[in-house]
Design a protein around this ligand. Structure first.
Ligand code: FES
Ligand code: FES
Length: 374
């Protein structure tokens, strides 16, 4: 049904769900993308199919739900518990209960999208869902139970959503979403962000929301997540062009990186969590200008050159000149990073990246280094 409200598009999806939509199943824990209690599914039309990803709703702007299908835990409700919910009950895996909706949503996202289905990779899909009370053993057993009964069917067909509906893992209304989303898509010219000095551009927003949160509600905001011109990802003549809007999770799973620079894809698994990587963008990571930003260090070594646009005008800046001094970057108001081009090492050359941090997960590097040896 249609619901009309008048609130800032910068309001978090979490606040909207709990305070305005009366859907309190999604929980608030940290409010900073670190616990997973607020996990929801976001479905987007991609190549004529709906692709679902788990995201942290505490860092997701309401305005960026435009054209997308948002599923909170209530959206998985059926007449009885679905097989994963039942497995969680059978195994006593709903321990404190507070974080349970997040676990259910993250595993649902995994079941809907992972090319392989096994308990080990399922547990890595939970890297952003923190259990502080009891541990993950019973959660893992419930995943094993659901995979034992349903992985075969999910992997056998070409239509994963239909297989998930047949398995009872998601309600059958999911089958109508593709058509519904098609009706509400906007033409590309409306989605391509034009530069304006008075507008704050938000790609993933995963860092901006932690830093500025409520202040963003007073700002004029433009969302970039549907701007296809920021999503180019091409290999050309020993170079790689990566769009500003490409997410960390795309980099982690990209066959191009697996082929040429496996160290980069591999190291992405230490960058935050699946929930954040599904939203965090390449350009966000770079303009953040953190001195220990992993991608910045790697791309500096690989001779990264940024293409920056303002209106119809474009300019190129080597990454080595883009970073001017601590947290000061060569980017004027109204300018937008469009993509970065990096060199690819040749067969007889080696690239290496290493980072040290106090914890393996959810930590920034204390020190990191990249080398390109010719
Ligand atoms: Fe903790 Fe959103 S509330 S990740
Ligand atoms: Fe909720 Fe452990 S089950 S924190």
């Amino acid at each position: 049904h249609l619901q009309e409200i008048s609130i800032s598009p910068a309001t978090t999806l979490l606040d909207y769900l709990r305070q305005f939509a009366d859907l309190p199943g999604t929980k608030e824990g940290c409010g900073e993308g670190e616990c997973g209690a607020c996990t929801v599914l976001v479905g987007e039309l991609t190549n004529d199919s709906v692709v679902y990803k788990a995201v942290a709703s505490c860092l997701f702007p309401l305005g960026d739900t435009d054209g997308k299908h948002i599923v909170s835990i209530e959206g998985l409700n059926q007449a009885s518990l679905n097989p994963f919910q039942q497995a969680m009950v059978d195994e006593g895996a709903s321990q404190c209960g507070y974080c349970t909706p997040g676990f259910i949503i993250s595993i649902t996202s995994y079941l809907l999208s992972s090319p392989q289905l096994d308990a080990e990779t399922a547990m890595t899909a939970l890297d952003g869902n923190i259990c502080r009370c009891t541990g993950y053993a019973s959660i893992k057993r419930s995943i094993e139970q659901v995979l034992k009964n349903h992985a075969g069917r999910l992997l056998s067909g070409t239509d994963r959503l239909a297989a998930a509906v047949e398995s009872g893992l998601i309600p059958d209304y999911f089958l109508n979403i593709r058509q519904q989303l098609k009706k509400i898509q906007k033409p590309p010219e409306l989605l391509s962000a034009r530069a304006s000095e008075k507008v704050i551009h938000i790609g993933g927003g995963t860092d901006l929301y932690v830093q500025q949160g409520d202040d963003l509600k007073q700002q004029n905001i433009r969302f970039l997540s549907q701007d296809e011109s920021l999503k180019r990802f091409e290999e050309k003549n020993n170079h790689l062009l990566i769009g500003a809007g490409i997410t960390m999770e795309t980099i982690r799973t990209s066959p191009i990186f697996a082929n040429h620079l496996p160290e980069i894809g591999e190291s992405m698994k230490w960058v935050s969590s699946t929930l954040v990587r599904n939203r965090a963008t390449l350009a966000g990571n770079i303009v953040n200008a953190s001195p220990i930003g992993d991608l910045s260090i790697m791309f500096l070594v690989l001779n990264g050159v940024l293409t920056i646009r303002k209106g119809e005008q474009h300019r190129e800046v080597p990454l080595s000149r883009f970073f001017q001094t601590y947290k000061k970057i060569d980017l004027e108001p109204g300018e937008l990073v469009e993509h970065i081009q990096i060199d690819l090492p040749r067969d007889n050359e080696r690239f290496s990246f290493e980072r040290i941090s106090q914890r393996a997960h959810f930590d920034i590097a204390t020190c990191n280094s990249a080398l390109w040896i010719k």
